[in-house]
Design a protein around this ligand. Structure first.
Ligand SMILES: Cc1ncc(COP(=O)(O)O)c(C=O)c1O
Length: 356
């Protein structure tokens, strides 16, 4: 029964006391881009794939899945379970941990459908410097103190592995370490396999807790398993971890999943409480489309082809950008443009561009 007794601490609401929050820098850039009348403008803001006409690309396999979805009279718009669409979360689990995963067979993975990758991250913290700026905001918002590990050396445009190792080895036991599974955003520089192995050793020796953010599986190298190397390696070596997963270019549909690989099955009950209190249950449409693709062998293969189309074009565009920068005799070394993968960290700034 509701209690009408006065609260011990009065909470009052005064809209006049609400301070103006700063605008989101990235969305601010998008607005400025849209307002700019220049015919030569290029949108380098949002890290989403664009085709040769600078247009978003709806994956052909997604178009097929949407047709299958709409041709099915049995679809409805009922609530999903709190943990989301099981056909989607089970398929997403296999995608991220491998179809033969021992952890899945031993029932050590609990998976939740989330509001895309951002929602999945929301559910943990050392983050790389630099990192995707939203990492900072998400963790600060749930009052988790954030610390940083060095990641990128500006001078060499390479990973600062020694710096990273030094900080992770001295991090307090139990610290949560956010790692980009592939195509590190914003640098496009990933640890090679031997460095991932060393990181797994440190995580184990120092009882750290890895939190993988996987937003580009298959999109970075064109191979789902190559882009997944680190997660598979950590799980195979018995490490508990979480993965925040998003994919399929269904950005606006907010399709994502949160996987917890753990020996403790109480975890799922806690995540259920969090999910219920925050979003009650996740959205259905994008998960249905993803589920149609992930659970159909033919469509899955076509999706892999689409991934290769995108990653191949990114590689080509990187080569063109480097060639053009060199043709313009732009001061500096541009080798990193072709050695990085995924999103582009150009290293350009207005002082060293020869382009007018
Ligand atoms: C590193 C990283 N994590 C997560 C995301 C997830 O974004 P979304 O919530 O749109 O899936 C992105 C997207 O840009 C990203 O770059």
């Amino acid at each position: 029964m509701a209690s009408f007794a006065p609260a011990s601490r009065e909470v009052t609401f005064d809209p006049l006391k609400i301070p103006q929050a700063p605008g989101d820098p990235l969305y601010g850039l998008v607005t400025a881009y849209e307002a700019d009348k220049s015919s030569e403008k290029v949108d380098l803001g949002v890290g989403a794939y664009r085709d040769g006409n600078c247009k978003p690309w709806v994956l052909p396999v997604v178009q097929k899945a949407e047709k299958i979805y709409h041709d099915n009279d049995e679809q409805d718009h009922e609530y999903l379970p709190i943990a989301g669409l099981p056909e989607f979360t089970n398929a997403a689990q296999k995608l991220i941990l491998g179809g033969d995963s021992l952890a899945i067979k031993e029932n050590r993975v609990c998976s939740f459908q989330t509001i895309s990758g951002t929602g999945a991250i929301h559910l943990a913290v050392y983050i790389s410097s630099p990192s995707w700026p939203i990492h900072d905001q998400v963790f600060a918002n749930v009052e988790l103190p954030v610390r940083y590990y060095p990641y990128f050396r500006k001078e060499t445009k390479m990973i600062d592995f020694d710096g990273m190792v030094y900080v992770l080895e001295s991090a307090p036991k139990g610290s949560i370490i956010v790692l980009h599974a592939c195509a590190h955003n914003p640098t496009g520089v990933d640890p090679p396999h031997d460095q991932w192995k060393k990181l797994a050793e440190i995580v184990k020796a120092n009882s750290l807790f890895p939190f993988f953010d996987s937003a580009y599986q298959g999109f970075a190298s064109g191979s789902l398993s190559e882009d997944n190397f680190a997660i598979l390696y950590f799980v195979e070596h018995g490490l508990g971890l979480v993965v925040a997963q998003s994919n399929l270019g269904l950005y606006g549909q907010r399709v994502g999943a949160f996987h917890f690989v753990t020996y403790y099955n109480r975890v799922a009950s806690q995540v259920t409480v969090l999910q219920r209190s925050e979003i009650s249950s996740p959205p259905i449409y994008g998960a249905q489309i993803a589920s149609i693709i992930l659970n159909n062998k033919q469509l899955f293969t076509e999706w892999e082809d689409d991934l290769r189309t995108m990653s191949g074009r990114i590689v080509e565009m990187r080569k063109c950008l480097k060639t053009e920068l060199e043709r313009l005799q732009t001061p500096g070394n541009w080798d990193h443009i072709t050695s990085q993968i995924g999103t582009v960290f150009t290293g350009l700034d207005v002082r060293n561009t020869a382009c007018s």
